[in-house]
Ligand binder design. Structure first.
Ligand SMILES: [Zn+2]
Length: 176
């Protein structure tokens, strides 16, 4: 088993600007977005953070993902990077999440759960541009300052968190 620091070192060899805390924040944000989107039947906006296949899987297996209509509390209590795999020019990061959820209608027996979600993210842009911020409007190089990227040519600005949106959630394994 590789140490956490070995895993992070490998990720940073391929992803120069990678920051573990920012990446995990992006993953937590995406998971909550996916959960709420499927829960509320609003899935159109989810395709920018995950694959269609994942939404299909979650929609067909709602019990597995605690997508019952009675769940009124869904929290991510802990998150960390679990693994990194690079093969055939594709990169995958696995993230470990500890999920707490609560069913307000069940009061006999179990009504809250702690599940482990192993979330796989796949990087979806070409490798050679991963170390450079490119403007999505004009293609020029962008400069990073105070978590904001500014295009050196057209002055287009975006939050750094968009940097992580190249990572899409493609799989979730739930351990109950
Ligand atoms: Zn630009």
């Amino acid at each position: 088993m590789e140490s956490f620091f070995d895993i992070i070192r490998k990720i940073k060899e391929q992803n120069f600007k990678f920051d573990t805390n920012e990446f995990l924040e992006y993953v937590r944000f995406s998971i909550i977005k996916i959960y709420n989107g499927i829960y509320n039947n609003k899935i159109d906006s989810l395709y920018d953070v995950c694959s269609k296949e994942l939404i299909n899987t979650m929609t067909k297996n709602k019990d597995t993902f605690r997508l019952s209509k009675n769940i009124d509390n869904f929290q991510i209590q802990f998150s960390n990077i679990h693994d990194y795999v690079e093969k055939n020019n594709e990169e995958f990061i696995k993230v470990y999440l500890s999920i707490f959820c609560y069913d307000k209608t069940l009061h006999d027996g179990d009504y809250f759960w702690n599940d482990i979600w192993i979330v796989t993210l796949k990087k979806e842009i070409s490798k050679n541009s991963s170390n450079i911020f490119e403007c999505d409007k004009c293609g020029a190089t962008m400069t990073l300052k105070d978590s904001i990227l500014s295009c050196n040519y057209c002055n287009n600005k975006k939050m750094l968190s968009n940097y992580y949106s190249q990572w899409k959630i493609v799989d979730i394994v739930v351990q109950k």
